[in-house]
Design a protein around this ligand. Structure first.
Ligand SMILES: Nc1ncnc2c1ncn2[C@@H]1O[C@H](COP(=O)(O)OP(=O)(O)OP(=O)(O)O)[C@@H](O)[C@H]1O
Length: 337
């Protein structure tokens, strides 16, 4: 098990970034590109994350989230463009102990206890958290004496969180941090993450759980085919796709023609209730009122799921050549930024 970057241990150049101005963004990508063969996993990303922001990275499988994170941590070099953390190349910021990470792939370290591992990692940072505090924040105080290679998947995940926190880093990067956690552990994880974020730390996490992004991030980045296609709050993303859901009781009414009402994109009938997904809820409701179909009427805005589906492509999620990188996928950014 490691803290992921491995590079925290690579040097002791604490203070190497003292020249970096306080005003530097925590993260800056400038026209960053990373290809694997014909696949442009990161396809021209421009991004600033301010110190103290909590940012969620959303995307379908293969959209480019992990590659973005690996560029950010200096585990991979961009083929084009630049990546800076606190105004410095990622490797310098990592070596200076300003970055902690929890990645999807981590090797188990045999025979050491949880406390020993966390203490070892903390000792590599210039101003770490007390080990007991890192354990408490990650909710694993009771696991302190256990061997790290004999834990369940969810326990291991929490140990990795403690390892990422151990150095009290300015920036913490979490790649699908709740993937192996049950509901209770997940809630505890987010509560801890919030405590950490409220202390002024910058947090970037990737997730497939849209509701987690909505609930815990100040800002959501949607990545698709290696590009950022939306950047805003959950509310802004929902508004950018417009539309909504109109539901009502059929009360025995025939459903014929409901899908042809103004704005309606689709009709779903569950028991005696009709649910109309619509681009124009006002026009749909007016038409329903004209039909006298307003019993149990309910109007809801688009959900984050709707926004995500509208913003991301339904086909294979990576660009395979520069020629496929059209500007259409970036238009949503301006709508929601
Ligand atoms: N080392 C690699 N060699 C070849 N192709 C790679 C490599 N790493 C990533 N890719 C490809 O780059 C694209 C983006 O992958 P990436 O892992 O960044 O996506 P992701 O959004 O993190 O996906 P997931 O949600 O499934 O973890 C994919 O098409 C993937 O197959």
């Amino acid at each position: 098990m490691t803290q992921g970057t491995g590079k925290q241990t690579a040097g002791t150049t604490a203070g190497a970034q003292t020249a970096a101005a306080q005003t530097d963004p925590a993260v800056r990508f400038t026209a960053a590109v990373k290809s694997f063969g014909a696949v442009r996993a990161v396809d021209g990303i421009d991004l600033d994350i301010a110190p103290g922001e909590t940012v969620a990275l959303l995307g379908r499988n293969g959209a480019g989230k992990s590659t973005t994170i690996s560029l950010l941590l200096g585990l991979n070099e961009p083929d084009e463009g630049t990546v800076r953390l606190f105004g410095a190349p990622p490797e310098l910021s990592v070596r200076a102990g300003r970055v902690g990470a929890m990645l999807q792939e981590a090797r188990a370290v045999p025979r050491v206890t949880v406390r020993e591992l966390v203490a070892f990692v903390a000792g590599r940072y210039p101003a770490p958290l007390p080990v007991s505090e890192a354990l408490r924040l990650a909710g694993i105080t009771e696991l302190a004496g256990r061997r790290v290679d004999r834990l369940s998947g969810g326990q291991t995940q929490r140990v990795r969180f403690a390892v990422a926190l151990a150095g009290n880093p300015s920036l913490i990067v979490l790649d699908e941090p709740t993937a192996a956690l049950d509901v209770e552990a997940r809630q505890a994880f987010w509560a801890s993450m919030r405590v950490f974020a409220r202390r002024g730390h910058t947090v970037l996490f990737s997730t497939h759980h849209l509701e987690e992004a909505d609930a815990y991030a100040d800002r959501i980045l949607v990545i698709d085919r290696g590009r950022i296609v939306a950047d805003g709050t959950g509310e802004q993303l929902k508004r950018s796709v417009g539309g909504g859901l109109v539901a009502f009781d059929l009360a025995g009414r025939d459903t014929t023609g409901l899908d042809l009402l103004p704005g309606v994109r689709s009709l779903e009938v569950r028991g005696d209730r009709a649910r109309l997904r619509t681009d124009d809820p006002d026009a749909t409701v007016i038409a329903l009122a004209g039909l006298g179909a307003i019993r149990g009427l309910e109007v809801a805005p688009a959900s984050l799921d709707d926004a995500f589906l509208a913003l991301t492509s339904t086909s294979a999620s990576t660009s395979t050549s520069p020629s496929t990188s059209t500007s259409s996928s970036t238009s949503s950014v301006t709508e929601v930024a």
